[in-house]
Design a protein around this ligand. Sequence first.
Ligand SMILES: [Zn+2]
Length: 127
Amino acid sequence: MYTEKVLDHFNNPRNLGEIEGANGIGMVGNAKCGDIMQMFIKVNDDGIIEDVGFKTFGCGAAIATSSMATEMIKGKKVEDALKLSNSAVVEALEGLPPQKIHCSVLAEEAVKAAVEDYEKRKAEKQA
Ligand SMILES: [Zn+2]
């Protein structure tokens, strides 16, 4: 049912846990499997995501997609992180069962929520 990549990220999640000095935190959830995903990003002055972490309370697919999403945005510019789509994450995991696609949507939303939080904080600092 799950590809080896999915199982690998589920068994050995990358960037698991809260990070120190996060300046963007996003939390999203879905009602379908009750997944809750929290994404932490630390963006430096150049707008690069230096560090990223996640906490996911949810199904295996949600954990695997959030793990993969953190790997895909680490070291990237925030603008590029916003372009991360759930289908790119699914592709990187070499596929997900159709009934689990909504879990990958959550990963995309969590990244966007974290970036939005970062931008809001930045705007507040400048105001
Ligand atoms: Zn799920």
